[in-house]
Design a protein around this ligand. Sequence first.
Ligand code: HEM
Length: 178
Amino acid sequence: MLGIVFTSLIEMLEEKVSPEFADEIVQEAGLETKGSYIAVGRYPFDDLVKILQVLEEKTGKTFDNLQHDFGFYLFGRLAQSHGQVMAGRESVLDVLEVLDDDIHVQVKALYPDADLPHFTVLSRTEKAMRLRYESSRDLFALAEGLMDGAAAHFGDELTRETIKTATPHTYEFSLSVV
Ligand code: HEM
């Protein structure tokens, strides 16, 4: 997993709670990196799982809820730091339509080490979309948070439903905007 994911998560904890809280979480997670990440580095996915597990214990929120909160925050950070990747996109559905063919392709060009998920647009109308998400990491709740973060960014009112398909590591999102 790219360092930018970890630096953003730690930053969120510092901002939303406190720098002390962020330190405490990182310490308790018992990470080899001891929480010193650099944005362009690459680190074990398991570190993310460990941090979220400690947060689960500390906050009483579920693993999925924590992923969602983080995804929401992460979209804002990525949109801010990678404005050029988002250029010309005007709605959450616009972004999702080009996620796999453009946005994450640009991300891969910037960070060749990135382990990106796979998104397929199953259908699209002006106001609705069905989108398939596939990733061995099963971060569908992070994806939900990123989508809600994108909707907030564009001022879109997004309604969505997630369906776990019979295929392992595969989810479908049914999305609509008003
Ligand atoms: C609503 C829009 C987006 C969605 C739903 C989305 C979804 C995701 C998900 C679910 C992951 C976690 C990896 C996995 O599932 O296996 C991910 C990783 C990532 N995405 Fe996106 N993404 C979005 C927009 C963006 C944008 C705008 C950028 C940058 C400009 C970006 C950059 C990245 C990066 C850097 C990673 C980390 C890859 C790694 O750890 O190796 N994403 N994305």
